[in-house]
Write a protein that binds this ligand. Structure first.
Ligand code: MTE
Length: 344
């Protein structure tokens, strides 16, 4: 049951039902919703593609997915880092979403435009995984994910996660504050934005063969956003390394923004003077802007944002909150930007 709260994160976690108690929630209901009730974010892309002539490839389950996953898991040297201690500063007003639900209902267009890409995503090799840090930094460098993990300290945070398609979940991420990555990168004072880029290997991700999309997936934040305490780089989920379909081995989490900002499987951080143009912004800038902060009063052309469906709960809808309930952390970032299109 959805619990009323005073402010987004004020309820103690004890008020949220533990995962075991809500395992009964039916995945079937979720899949039915996915099929019938929710129009994919890619409908914006469909408009764009209809101008260019093309169709979106669907997720293709690899027959070797299970074997690939096992091999990759065995080879993941970070497994012993999990679970990490939960940071109790970040509280939920709702139940944590059942792991089986959140990890089988995903947007990851590199693997197809359906929500059912989790098996296809198992083909992504996540070791070795190198991350390029370049642009306006003291020294450009490339760092392996396991060396990066040695340079930071991991913690768990429970955050709400809100897609522009008007569904929501609550997820226990493990990772580190993005401000630690920024400190690691040592940006020059000229750097005003961080541009992030996803891997781009069509041999493992069939969606990348869809040449009408502006691959690779790109996202961006201002330096102030990237160093806000909420901005988080996830390397784990549910007390384990993050699953491939949710962005292994390194994924952005910005809970006050719509989910499309949360770029998955990052291979590059570029510090820039110019505001980067993100993937969805290139496709349909009138629908998916740079700022993309959650606001119940500003509808997307195809989705009212007034309420959101909590996935895995038999269709429970709850009111959407300004900045997804995180306004006390982030509203000040936008105080001098009121003339900009801050929402969607
Ligand atoms: N990152 C990449 N590289 N490719 C994608 O297609 N989809 C985005 C975002 N990050 C996407 C991505 C969208 S639209 C959403 S809503 C979230 O991932 C979904 O995250 P989840 O599947 O972990 O819930």
């Amino acid at each position: 049951m959805f619990i009323k709260r005073k402010k987004g994160w004020e309820l103690p976690d004890s008020a949220a039902t533990p995962e075991a108690a809500y395992k009964r929630h039916s995945r079937r209901r979720l899949l039915a919703t996915g099929a019938a009730g929710v129009v994919a974010i890619g409908a914006g892309a469909a408009l764009w593609m209809s101008r260019r002539g093309g169709s979106v490839p669907q997720g293709t389950a690899s027959t070797t997915a299970a074997a690939d996953a096992q091999t990759a898991e065995a080879a993941d040297p970070s497994t012993s880092l999990y679970p990490a201690m939960r940071n109790m500063r970040y509280r939920l007003d709702r139940e944590i979403t059942d792991e089986k639900v959140s990890t089988t209902y995903n947007n990851f267009y590199e693997f197809g435009s359906s929500k059912n890409i989790w098996q296809a995503a198992q083909r992504l090799p996540i070791r070795p995984w190198e991350i390029r840090i370049d642009g306006k930094v003291e020294k450009e460098r490339t760092v392996g994910i396991d060396d990066l993990l040695k340079a930071v300290s991991l913690e768990e945070r429970v955050y709400r996660h809100r897609c522009v398609e008007a569904w929501a979940m609550a997820v226990p991420w493990t990772g580190f504050p993005m401000k630690d990555l920024v400190a690691f990168a040592k940006p020059l004072s000229a750097a005003k934005f961080v541009r992030m880029e996803t891997f781009n290997n069509p041999d493992v991700a069939p969606g990348l063969k869809a040449s009408w999309y502006p691959w690779p997936y790109i996202e961006g934040l201002t330096i102030e956003e990237a160093t806000n305490e909420l901005a988080f780089l996830a390397t784990g989920i549910y007390g384990k390394p993050v699953v491939k379909q949710m962005g292994a081995p390194l994924r952005l989490v910005t809970p006050w923004k719509y989910g499309f900002k949360s770029i998955k499987s990052i291979v590059r951080f570029t510090f820039t003077e110019e505001r980067p143009k993100s993937f969805w912004e290139v496709i349909q800038g009138s629908e998916y802007g740079f700022w993309a902060n959650v606001n119940p009063k500003v509808p997307h052309p195809r989705w009212s944002q007034a309420t959101e469906e909590l996935i895995g709960t038999n269709g429970t809808r709850v009111p959407t909150q300004l900045f997804n309930g995180y306004g006390d952390f982030v509203a000040q970032l936008y105080a001098d930007k009121q003339s900009e299109r801050l929402w969607t």
